[in-house]
Write a new protein. Structure first.
Length: 134
């Protein structure tokens, strides 16, 4: 478990949104990467660190923000600090790079904005269906 899947998914979606990749190429890869990223996130259920926020942002950017448990979004709101940031949240994986407060905060704000639009404008949500959990 690392940042790799989230970064790959961001890269894929950036290529798609910039017109470099067509839906025929993007959609199968998006489904595969998002499903794997979602599985990693589910395996790390207690973490709400920089890596978890990065994963959630990646899922939202890929159009599957509705896969994220609303309780996790509520927890993200609850843990926001009075300064408006989420503080420095070093990832729970050994050997990961040190993060900054700005990194977690930028991703957290994106997650909140995207999850708000998903729940208030559900007709605009497009993307693959969430994987079935065993």
């Amino acid at each position: 478990h690392s940042y790799v899947l989230a970064i790959q998914l961001f890269g894929l979606m950036l290529g798609y949104h910039q017109g470099c990749l067509n839906p025929g190429v993007t959609n199968p890869l998006r489904r595969q990467l998002a499903t794997r990223l979602f599985s990693e996130m589910r395996a790390d259920t207690d973490a709400l660190d920089d890596l978890a926020i990065e994963r959630i942002a990646g899922l939202c950017y890929a159009g599957v923000c509705e896969w994220v448990d609303p309780q996790l979004i509520s927890r993200l709101v609850t843990e926001q600090q009075p300064s408006g940031s989420w503080g420095r949240r070093d990832p729970h994986i050994p050997g990961a790079a040190t993060t900054t407060e700005d990194h977690a905060t930028a991703r957290a704000f994106y997650v909140l904005a995207r999850s708000w639009s998903v729940h208030h404008f559900p007709s605009n949500v497009a993307g693959p269906k969430p994987p079935r959990l065993k």
